[in-house]
Design a binder for this molecule. Structure first.
Ligand code: HEC
Length: 107
């Protein structure tokens, strides 16, 4: 286990600035995979189109908090509520770190 951790940290540091040590390269890969649905509405470029807000480059904690709010039905929007309720906590964290990498200057 410790050996795997060190390996992950090494990969992470080699490719980009990590959001936090707990977020490793495989989380970003999962996030990218899960994002296929999201980017049919939200633009990967961060552009705002047709009332769909930009979700790129957000601090991970903020992204997670918003997704949790949709999941708990504390935030209005049927589509986002339905999508968020189909995601696990890990899925949301992975999406948060992936969309964070799409922030300004990193496109
Ligand atoms: C069918 C189109 C659609 C899809 C697919 C979609 N969203 Fe959304 N999303 C929206 C709209 C529209 C809003 C704005 C809702 C509002 O104004 O209340 C939104 C809002 C959000 C917000 C809050 C943005 C803000 O500025 O408050 C986040 C975060 C978000 N979506 C993440 C995601 C993620 C992650 C996925 C994929 C799992 C996803 N969305 C898939 C349409 C979509």
């Amino acid at each position: 286990m410790p050996r795997a951790r060190i390996f992950k940290a090494g990969v992470c540091a080699a490719f980009f600035t990590c959001v936090a040590p707990a977020f490793a390269a495989d989380d970003i890969a999962l996030g990218e995979y899960l994002s296929a649905t999201c980017v049919t509405c939200h633009q990967k470029s961060g552009k705002v189109t047709g009332g769909v807000p930009s979700i790129t480059g957000w601090p991970a904690e903020q992204f997670i908090a918003v997704m949790e709010a949709y999941r708990k039905k504390e935030r209005e929007n049927e589509v986002m509520r339905a999508l968020a309720s189909g995601l696990s906590t890990d899925d949301i964290a992975a999406l948060a770190v992936y969309f964070r990498t799409l922030g300004p200057g990193k496109k």
